[in-house]
Design a protein around this ligand. Structure first.
Ligand code: SF4
Length: 380
């Protein structure tokens, strides 16, 4: 089972914290759509035997695309990839920004075949939205959720950010309680990270801004964990909560389990099970290369140890955890035996928990430092 990730490299404005690949020159959206159609054809031979079960339109801001643009891309996927049928997917997600989402637009997405929508809310505090340079208000974010629901989306997810330097406990409490009062089925909540090549990064460097202290990050994370639990949401991945089993993100879950995925568009990554490629993160370079029928990829072949390390790191970010015996059988890598001291230390601390089915996971209380715990089990 494979997925398709399409990166839409445009945004209307730049959020101050964001270092994803995007351009604000929307006049090249049409050229991008034509480029993606060509890219799909260029990659089709290599991916002709894959059974595609999920589609994810991410970015950037996929909601800058018109319904006609989306239709054109879906048409190319249906036509060029024998294992892709937009009407028979297990999940088709589109990411949108609240200011773009009306009930009519949402209905158009449903008619295109999307059954899951991910809305970039970030916070329900207008002053923080302004500080982030987001283009929507808290009220617009709330209306977007209702518009998606009314239009027929039965899987509605929102993105939030915690650990904001100017956030107060009250503001985050308000955001979380507002979020759970809405008709949503899924929440992704990520800690703000200060990236060097962003407005925020430059301000922090100049001393005009400070990162939030660890205590704020810990209390915000603790708050969303407990409110999500009170509302019956299951915490199935470090940064993801679902109302029930059906609402877990299928595309992302497959990715966390190491399934192959076809990446399309500038800035996208793809993985065929053995090697990974990154598509150039530059729109004009991407278009020139695709015009010359050359895939603008950087390839990285993964060793069995690389594959095992990656599956271990992503697996330990999930509640399902990792089957270390399976990794040893698949890749010949013994993460526990090679890191006995770290294993003992984290097991004694209660950070590593063994599950009934022979798998191990990181306990929820330790998830905030989960990546650093998991990195202790890497085998080089
Ligand atoms: S956060 Fe989203 S909308 Fe904002 S600049 Fe980044 S990709 Fe664009």
């Amino acid at each position: 089972m494979s997925g398709i990730y399409l990166h839409v490299p445009f945004c209307r404005t730049a959020c101050h914290y964001c270092d994803f690949h995007f351009s604000t020159s929307l006049n090249s959206v049409g050229a991008f759509v034509n480029g993606v159609v060509r890219e799909i054809k260029l990659r089709s031979e290599m991916w002709k035997n894959e059974d595609f079960r999920t589609l994810y339109l991410g970015g950037g801001t996929p909601s800058v695309l018109s319904l006609q643009d989306i239709d054109k891309i879906l048409g190319a996927l249906n036509e060029s990839l024998p294992g892709f049928n937009s009407e028979r997917l297990d999940e088709a997600t589109i990411e949108v920004n609240p200011e773009d989402l009306t009930e009519e637009v949402s209905r158009g997405y449903v008619e295109c075949g999307f059954d899951r929508i991910s809305i970039g809310v970030q916070t329900f505090d207008d002053s923080l939205l302004n500080w982030m340079n987001r283009k929507h208000s808290a009220e617009q974010a709330e209306s977007a959720v209702f518009a998606a629901r009314k239009a027929g989306f039965n899987k509605v997810s929102i993105d939030l950010i915690y650990g904001l330097p100017h956030g107060s406990p009250k503001s985050f409490e308000h955001t979380v309680s507002k979020a759970f009062s809405l008709p949503i089925d899924h929440i992704s909540c990520y800690a703000l990270t200060v990236e060097p090549r962003t407005v925020l990064g430059a301000r922090v460097k100049k001393g005009e801004e400070k990162e939030a202290p660890d205590s704020v990050i810990e209390s915000d994370y603790g708050l969303i964990c407990s409110v999500a639990e009170d509302n019956g949401f299951s915490h199935y991945e470090v940064s993801n909560w679902a109302r029930n089993k059906e609402n877990k993100a299928v595309h992302n879950s497959a990715y966390w389990l190491g399934a192959p995925y076809l990446g399309l568009g500038p800035g996208a990554h793809g993985f065929d099970g053995k090697s990974r490629y990154s598509v150039v993160s530059n729109n004009p370079k991407y278009l020139r290369s695709i015009d010359e029928l050359i895939l603008p990829d950087t390839l990285e072949t993964l060793t069995p140890a690389d594959c095992s390390n990656e599956m271990m790191m992503t697996g330990l970010r999930t509640a399902q955890g990792v089957n270390f015996n399976e990794l040893e059988q698949l890749f010949g890598v013994d993460h526990i035996g090679s890191n006995k001291d770290a294993w003992q230390k984290w097991s004694e601390a209660g950070a590593i928990v063994s599950l009934d089915n022979g798998r191990h996971r990181i306990s929820e209380e330790h998830w905030l430092i989960g990546d650093s715990i998991a990195s202790d089990f890497i085998v080089l």
